[in-house]
Design a protein around this ligand. Structure first.
Ligand code: G6P
Length: 509
């Protein structure tokens, strides 16, 4: 029963900034919950159902305290945030400090001490909530950059549990990461985990280098030796003087293999586990007659252009939406493309509108769309069909089926699942993916047209190449891309990570 579970705790606990359900309001005004559509929830829901799982996360509203509840075979533990914490922890430290810093400083990160204080306080709240629901020797999986301090906090509260951490966004090169005034706290926070997952090999390498340079921990074959006293030396402590120069002092000593005198430590393994999508679900939707019919209707409503270009992104400065529009605009100016013959559909889903840089970006994009359309539209056709909405996955798949060319031009992206969804939907083998080399997906999707989005000429050339590609070559590339996405779905990602975590747990016994 519910009470038993409470007394005994849950064997598998996921901790994420967002809860696994969204609030929905019916037509008659009653509210309820619906399982979130994202890949992470899709992958973990079956694990939750099998293993007596709980999900700890924020339910998305400020100043609201909710009791834990069950929904869709999951036990949900809402973590409350005050309005001020939404500003300081979520919009501030998570999305105006860490987000831009971890995405190559595309926007300038802001460093405010009271933001970090709120981050620490909220991370502790998440750690305490997880500690309260985890069963003896449970497995706890902490997700993403919003919660980097949770692993260490949880290890202190509950030394019996096994802790995984997965960073869904890039981990920056050590030279950029070093800007963070709380870099040691963040590294130590993450290092509380037994297994630390990253999207790309290079993210795992960046993290290991930061740990080596800043903390001087010994690392061999992705295994970091974390001394139990590691957390005793925080920012502002005497060790800070040593850490910039690993050839001296304590830091240097730890660079050699630990010996018995080095005392208590645990191993934190840091390596890449590239995430993927619920491939089967996308493939099934792409075969549904009503969705195929909808995709044909979309093309008709756009005026049957020869080439439909598609962009699908959260409205975020990391996504390179401006670069994409610049390239497209120049192609229209040069006469390489013309309105009626080509159309760009840009879905920009609303995101983080409480953060200044997102509001500024929205104004810029909407100004650009207005300018381009004002110049190139005809009464019958539009240059850019801009949609500032989120859509259900059925409509997204219809759009994927309607699009001849998918444009993923992110300046930096942990993975980019849109690229994988597009490919999964193109069972016919037609369609071309233009993909930024600065996405995690580019490490795996080598048969896409890989581009540097900063190089406008290269981007333009790729758009033209994509629009005019010989169908046999397009099919050859798409077949190879699809093999990759079909054999590496998000279920396998979760299995790989949790399997490795279980191995480490068994070995530690
Ligand atoms: C990225 C992050 C997620 C985040 C999502 C949406 O994918 O890795 O952790 O949930 O963006 O952003 P939001 O701020 O709305 O949660």
């Amino acid at each position: 029963t519910q009470q038993d579970r409470y007394d005994h705790g849950y064997d598998f606990v996921v901790v994420a900034n967002r809860l696994a359900v969204d609030r929905v309001t019916d037509e008659d005004g009653t509210t309820g919950w619906r399982r979130s559509p994202g890949g992470l929830v899709t992958a973990l829901a079956p694990v939750m159902a099998e293993s007596d799982g709980a999900w700890v996360g924020w339910h998305g509203a400020a100043d609201e305290q909710l009791e834990p509840f069950d929904h869709a075979d999951m036990h949900l533990v809402p973590v409350p945030l005050s309005g001020q914490e939404v500003e300081d922890y979520y919009e501030g430290f998570a999305n105006a400090t860490l987000w831009p810093l971890y995405h190559d400083v595309i926007a300038r990160p802001e460093f405010h001490r009271h933001w970090f204080e709120a981050y620490r306080r909220v991370n502790r709240r998440f750690a305490e909530a997880a500690a309260a629901v985890a069963a003896e020797a449970a497995t706890v999986w902490v997700q993403d950059y919003q919660l980097q301090l949770v692993p260490q906090m949880l290890r202190e509260l509950r030394p019996d549990v096994t802790i995984g951490f997965f960073n869904h966004i890039p981990f920056p090169p050590p030279g950029l990461f070093s800007q963070l005034p709380w870099r040691h706290s963040v590294l130590r926070g993450v290092l509380g985990a037994d297994l630390i997952g990253f999207q790309r090999e290079s993210d795992a390498r960046n993290f290991q280098q930061a740990v080596r340079h800043r903390l001087g921990h010994y690392i061999k074959s992705d295994r970091i030796h974390v001394p139990a006293d590691s957390r005793a030396t925080d920012e502002g402590s005497p060790l800070v003087g040593f850490d910039a120069d690993p050839s001296r002092g304590t830091a240097a000593r730890r660079l050699s293999a630990p010996t018995a005198e080095d005392g208590e430590h645990h191993i934190a393994e840091a390596r890449a586990f590239p995430i993927s999508i619920d491939t089967q679900k996308i493939v099934e939707l792409a075969e549904r007659p009503d969705i195929i019919a909808r995709s044909q209707q979309i093309r008709r409503e756009l005026g049957d252009p020869e080439t439909v270009f598609l962009g699908v992104d959260r409205l975020d400065y990391t996504k390179g939406i401006r670069h994409r529009m610049k390239g497209y605009e120049e192609l229209l100016q040069d006469g390489d493309l013309s309105v009626g013959q080509a159309c760009l559909v840009q879905v920009a889903s609303p995101s983080r509108e409480g953060v200044e840089s997102y509001r500024v970006l929205r104004e810029e994009i909407e100004g650009t769309v207005g300018r381009i359309n004002g110049e190139f539209d005809t009464l019958a056709h539009t240059a850019i069909r801009y949609l500032h909405h989120s859509y259900p996955v059925e409509e997204m798949v219809a759009l994927y089926l309607a699009a001849d060319v998918m444009l993923v031009t992110a300046l930096r992206d942990g993975m980019n699942l849109v690229a994988k969804e597009y490919v999964a939907a193109r069972k016919s083998g037609t369609g071309v993916l233009v993909l930024s080399e600065f996405t995690g997906a580019a490490d795996q999707m080598r048969q896409a047209l890989l581009i540097n989005p900063h190089d406008v000429d290269e981007l333009k050339a790729a758009m033209v190449t994509a629009a005019t590609m010989d169908p046999a070559e397009a099919r050859r590339r798409m077949r190879s891309l699809r093999r990759q996405v079909v054999s590496n779905n998000v279920q396998r990602w979760a299995r790989d990570f949790l399997g490795r975590l279980a191995d480490l747990k068994a070995a530690a016994r």
